[in-house]
Ligand binder design. Structure first.
Ligand code: PMP
Length: 363
């Protein structure tokens, strides 16, 4: 029966996430393991989230609000957009899949940057669409001309990830505006801004102003990164209500659970924790830039909560040595960059431990 499955999905390998801390502890007999592999907020969520969890847990026998009204209202207010222009997903991962289900027919083309987040390829493949990868330049910057040249009559979607995972590079405001304005009418631009809240660069541009001027864009953001709710799976799309209505057709009725909805409202309301998370990341970034450069590793300047780091040896060898020493990072070989590691920015202590173990590995 398995051989009768749709051919499009047979080329897909199941996603292999980074090793969890417990597994590395067991495998190498280690006590103190540091994970800097999944771009999580090392501070954990806002204390305001802890407060609402008990209350939310008291109603576990009830179905959640399928329309996520309170949360969508909170986001609409936060951004000054209409409630009908907000759609919640079980992580932005789910939204990427829903967008593909809504727009991609077999043979349709989806433009994606390369290297970038693998979910764009995955969602396209599931729908038997064709991913057209446009490489970033040698400094991992977007090249708008190359992206526009990739558009054909069959292009349905164009993914732009800024700041981009795994490079940490971003699209400057002017470049983004010019690019989006030049995209032909039949293409929907999806701006994945999962790391938006970490950006420091003054010339960075995001999708909301474009949305307000009526450009055909969908902006994806998430509570998994700066808001530190990765385990609860809450992401959202901001777009014109007409586009939201389309994507909403393929959404499962109760896709975001009640605990997650309550936690996200609480997290959104805690500006202090947001500021603190941003500051810890900013300080950690400086600490890692300095420490890694001192070890002879070149850092790609980042606007996110991770750094792409060029190492002087094979990335897999360095990755494995670090793992044996209790530090989990991402091996760039997994996304076609065999001389790079992607290292999430942790607490000061996590970062110090990474630098210490790296120094030992390079000795
Ligand atoms: N987009 C990008 C660029 C990401 O890096 C991630 C998380 N790795 C996601 C989307 C998915 O985030 P989530 O599903 O947790 O909202």
């Amino acid at each position: 029966i398995g051989s009768r499955a749709r051919p499009a999905i047979m080329g897909i390998e199941p996603y292999v996430p980074g090793k969890p801390i417990e597994e590395v502890q067991r495998e190498f007999g280690l006590k103190d393991v540091v994970k800097l592999a999944s771009n999580e907020n090392p501070l954990g969520p806002s204390p305001k989230v802890q407060e609402v969890l008990v209350q939310a847990a008291a109603n576990l026998h009830r179905y959640p609000d399928g329309g996520a009204v309170m949360l969508r209202r909170a986001l609409a207010e936060f951004y000054g957009v209409p409630e009908a222009g907000v759609l919640m997903g079980n992580g932005s991962d789910e939204l990427i899949k829903l967008i593909a289900e809504s727009f991609v027919e077999p043979g349709d083309e989806v433009i994606v940057p390369s290297p970038s987040f693998s979910e764009y390829w995955f969602a396209t493949q599931v729908m038997a669409g064709r991913t057209v990868a446009v490489p970033l330049d040698e400094r991992f910057q977007y090249n708008p001309e190359r992206i526009l040249e990739a558009v054909t009559a069959r292009t349905k979607l164009m993914y732009l990830c800024t700041p981009n995972n795994p490079t940490g590079t971003y699209i400057p405001e002017k470049t983004l505006t010019d690019l989006v304005r030049r995209v032909p009418d039949h293409v929907l631009v999806v701006l994945d801004e999962a790391y938006h809240e970490y950006v420091e660069a003054e010339d960075y541009g995001h999708g909301l102003p474009l949305l307000r001027e009526g450009a055909p864009v969908v902006v994806l953001r998430t509570f998994s990164k700066l808001y530190a709710l990765a385990a609860l799976r809450v992401g959202y799309a901001l777009a014109d209500p007409e586009i939201i209505q389309v994507i909403n057709r393929v959404r499962e009725p109760f896709n975001v659970n009640a605990v997650a909805q309550a936690a996200a409202v609480a997290a959104l309301g805690d500006e202090e924790h947001r500021r603190k998370s941003f500051e810890v990341n900013r300080a950690g970034k400086r600490q890692l830039y300095e420490g890694l450069e001192a070890l002879g590793c070149r850092c790609v300047p980042t606007e996110a909560n991770f750094i792409l780091v060029e190492v002087p040896h094979s990335s897999t060898a360095v990755f494995e040595s670090l793992l044996r020493r209790g530090v989990i990072v991402r091996d760039g070989a997994a996304f076609g960059l065999p001389r790079y590691l992607r290292i999430s920015i942790g607490t000061e202590a996590d970062n110090a431990r990474l630098l210490e173990e790296m120094a030992e590995v390079f000795r």
